[in-house]
Design a protein around this ligand. Sequence first.
Ligand code: NAP
Length: 295
Amino acid sequence: MSAKIISGVETAKAIREELKVEVTELKDKHGIVPGLVTILVGEDPASQSYVTAKNKTAHALGIYSEQKTLPADTTEADLLALVDQYNNDPKINGILVQLPLPKHINEAKVLYAINPDKDVDGFHPVNVGKMVLGEQCFLPCTPHGILELLSRSGVQTSGAEVVVLGRSNIVGKPIANLMLQKRAAGNATITLCHTRTKNTEEHTKRADIIIAAVGVPKLVTADMVKDGVVIIDVGVNRIGMSESGKAILAGDVDFEAVKEKASYITPVPGGVGPMTITMLMKNTVQAAKQAAGLV
Ligand code: NAP
């Protein structure tokens, strides 16, 4: 068996088309243009390319976007003042502070300063708390994208044994939590593995669905999975450089070998990655509708 490829590129494209229609309607019927600001501190090239991609996508969908780049030696107080300025700016519905921040800035303090109604990354404790309670909130973008990939591919999650590898606050913990809830792409039985898990393989071998978010290239090998498993590979690992100077990427799963046993699998690149930015746009549109009292 060779697995069906779950294309994040295609799924993201479909959601972006839906968003474009929604943004046009908001403008035409209500005179509303959703607004997003991305705040980057410093010159980390990876972070720069992420914020550029976010602004480009926003622009393509008709979302107003501002890209604010601050020098690496910006003080915490100045950054907090800027966040506050955008908290009070009616043009802006979503505030995204690109992580990681320089070491002299307390990341949590900055994220907690964002108005939860504009927290389109879904990292504010108010949104995290609401997520855990199953209430309406901004879902963190990568887990949100995974839910969309699963449901739009028709993967049955109800009653499934799901093994999540990795317990980060941005992927592992939230996706494990979301998939155990009574919701679309939920109702699963969850096992969450990390570096202290005694025998990861014992868990992965009985999984119907594996979500790998560890940051270790090709950690999940074919002998660790059962036939027909569904694989969601979140990992983005640079494993080399092509002759043209482009980074060669690998996921957390040995794609070539595992795809021969899996029923569905996401590739890297082109799987979860494109969904993350798309869900940021979805959250921004949601924030604009909420601010206007339309939902
Ligand atoms: P992270 O903060 O880097 O933490 C990694 C997690 O994996 C930790 O919980 C760690 O366990 C666990 N882990 C590491 N090695 C392991 C092993 N051998 N067995 C079991 N668990 C292991 O996680 P992250 O930020 O979620 O990132 C994970 C990967 O996803 C990275 O490659 C990142 O680039 C990628 N990512 C992609 C997207 C996207 O949009 N595609 C978004 C976010 C992240 P401990 O807690 O015990 O240390």
